[in-house]
Design a protein around this ligand. Structure first.
Ligand SMILES: [Zn+2]
Length: 300
């Protein structure tokens, strides 16, 4: 592991100076991987985008704090006043997300909830469809169900093009699939163009992950694992709705969230119907825990 020159930030709340160590390169030697996606690596320290001011204890998005220089470039006085930032606790992450309205945006959640309920239903149906090995072609019932799902998905926003494309694929409508795949690329490009012009956005999704991992820390190396708290459940349910249905690696987190919430059947259906490529070791660790009806975070 090699370090770069530390930089100094100015707290936007109290103007106190905050020192940030810069890691130029790290590696994953000796790393431990967990089913919730956390990696504990002695040679690759965890990064923090949300930090706690060592002077006034304000929670700050690092990308929004003014950089005043490297530690080496500053006067002795400023050097001496700068202190390393603190890491937020579980309560800090929860408070930050809550005060930024991340748990209470009822309108968004209602709309997403419908979409995700359909997503789960789809996996359940898929599971039954693929388990029945005597069948070579979809039955009339299955075709009509796929058609129904297509209509449902069409009502939604652009992010569902991939789901729709998969359903159309099952119906053999290749031209429609091609058209939909073109749309996906176009939307991505447009989104990226817009994002280039904006100042750095607070990545709330990553903070939901931090909150999840920080809460799970008390279960990782303990034989006496406490059940999820109310706040942890609220966070997992919110994060579930923020994951991307069209992104296969997010399916792994969807399955893990369902498992930790004790919804083992949905977790298993999601694992059985997704293609995880090089993440198979996660899948098999999670399937073992599902079989044992174990809802706690586990080592991969
Ligand atoms: Zn401060």
């Amino acid at each position: 592991m090699t370090y770069g020159e530390p930089i100094v930030l100015k707290c936007s709340t109290c103007s106190g100076l905050i020192k940030e160590e810069i890691i130029n390169s790290g590696n994953s030697i000796g790393a431990i991987y967990w089913t919730d996606g956390k990696m504990d690596a002695p040679m690759f320290p965890e990064s923090h985008q949300l930090i706690k001011c060592p002077h006034c204890k304000a929670l700050l998005w690092k990308g929004h704090q003014e950089k005043i220089g490297t530690l080496v470039s500053l006067s002795t006085n400023k050097k001496n006043n700068s202190m390393p930032y603190e890491f937020p606790s579980f309560e800090d992450y929860y408070t930050y997300l809550d005060t930024n309205g991340q748990f209470t945006d009822k309108k968004v959640i209602d709309k997403d909830e419908l979409r995700y309920r359909r997503f789960e239903a789809w996996f359940r149906k898929q599971s039954k469809f693929f388990m029945d090995t005597n069948q070579e072609t979809p039955t009339e019932n299955q075709i009509s169900w796929i058609k129904y799902m297509c209509k449902e998905v069409e009502k939604d926003d652009v992010e569902d093009y991939l789901t729709l494309a998969r359903l159309k694929m099952q119906l053999g409508e290749i031209d429609v699939v091609k058209m939909l795949l073109k749309k996906i690329d176009l939307d991505k490009e447009l989104k990226e163009d817009e994002e280039d012009k904006k100042p750095e956005a607070i990545d709330f999704r990553s903070l939901h992950f931090k909150l999840w991992h920080t809460g799970n820390d008390k279960r990782r190396r303990s034989n006496n694992k406490p059940e999820l708290t109310k706040e942890e459940k609220i966070n997992l349910n919110t994060l579930y709705l923020k994951l991307d249905v069209s992104n296969e690696s997010d399916h792994l987190f969807m399955a893990e969230i369902k498992r930790e919430l004790g919804d083992f059947q949905v977790a298993e259906d999601i694992l059985n119907n997704s293609d995880f490529n090089d993440l198979e070791h996660y899948v098999s660790a999670m399937k073992t825990l599902i079989k044992e009806k174990d809802p706690f975070v586990g080592q991969v």
